[in-house]
Design a protein around this ligand. Structure first.
Ligand code: AMP
Length: 305
């Protein structure tokens, strides 16, 4: 099965209680495709960068088996830039600066070899671009998953409302779920959001895990309590990449398999936060991933007689 991801590929400047970075490589699609690369070798990317984006990073993506034919390089443009600052508890962050640059007039061209993909990940980017990608698929993928953020809810809510009826699964964090639904209770929020289109909803709660909703069913996965958390940037995207990567690998979109996908996504996200940026995602081994998944199983399983 093959996966197509669209989303930002970016420069980020980050500040956490543990330190500060200058411009480092980030972007939703970077984290998603890197995480998914541990599950699928048919991992296709559609995104745009400027002429300032380093070839070495494209080489890193390629070395992970990510197909970059759909990565447009606008030689005379600048790469999307985002800067964020985390609060003491690292569960909340402020966006300090966003410069859309080449993403402002991105025309997502889908290479012919990407057509026919079964899994589509509409990663964080303008909702109008996410919709355009879906419209440009010659055959509707088996599963269409979308991730977005408060930034787009603030400036492009009608566009987001227009794409929601077309997707199968939405991932957002708890604050965004409240913003999108107008409900404080996440259970009520989930109902309101699923009425807007997606049959399945994942609400990410940072270090407090993730909730999976479908019809009247709910599943909860904790996040692994880690000794060191340096930088939560990209954790949500890494989660999404692990989640959809696992579904692509197993080609099973039942609720039971989505529960397992949540655990794989959470395991991948737990690696991401251990170092700044995408550094930790670049050199993982299958043994490390399997070991982490086992830790999740032990953390959350119990018997009641
Ligand atoms: P996450 O921490 O998983 O929510 O994702 C952080 C990543 O999202 C960073 O690497 C940013 O480059 C990217 N990002 C931040 N704001 C936006 C935006 N408005 N559109 C697309 N990507 C964004």
């Amino acid at each position: 099965m093959s996966l197509l991801t669209v989303g930002s590929v970016a420069f980020d400047a980050l500040e956490t209680p543990f330190g500060k970075t200058d411009k480092i490589i980030g972007g939703a699609a970077t984290y998603i495709t890197l995480a998914a690369s541990y599950f699928t070798k048919k991992n296709n990317l559609v995104a745009v960068v400027g002429g300032d984006f380093p070839q070495e990073m494209i080489d890193v993506l390629v070395s992970h088996g990510i197909d970059t034919e759909g990565l447009q390089i606008k030689q005379d443009g600048k790469t999307f830039f985002w800067s964020g600052k985390y609060h003491e508890d690292m569960n909340t962050r402020d966006t300090v600066d966003v410069q859309l640059n080449v993403m402002a007039d991105f025309d997502p061209v889908i290479p012919a070899s990407y057509q026919g993909c079964e899994y589509l990940m509409l990663g964080n980017t303008a909702p109008a671009i996410q919709k355009l990608v879906l419209e440009r698929m010659e055959r509707r993928p088996k599963l269409v998953m979308l991730d977005t953020m408060n930034f787009w809810m603030d400036i492009a809510m009608p566009d987001l409302e227009a794409v929601l009826p077309l997707i199968d699964l939405l991932t957002i964090n708890d604050e965004e779920a409240r913003m999108l639904s107008g409900e404080y209770s996440l259970r009520k929020a989930a109902k309101v959001i699923m009425d807007k289109g997606p049959k399945t909803l994942v609400i990410k709660k940072g270090e407090h895990g993730a909730l999976l909703f479908q019809d009247d069913r709910i599943f909860f996965a904790p996040a692994l309590p880690l000794e060191e958390v340096f930088d939560p940037t990209g954790a949500g995207d890494t989660f999404a990449g692990g989640f959809i990567g696992y579904l692509t690998q197993t080609d099973d979109i039942s609720f039971e398999n989505m529960k397992r996908a949540i655990i794989y996504g959470s395991a991948m996200a737990s690696f991401c936060v251990e170092k700044f940026g995408s550094e930790r995602l670049v050199n993982l081994t299958q043994e490390e991933i399997t070991g982490r998944v086992k830790e999740f199983v032990q953390l959350a399983s119990f018997e009641i007689k």
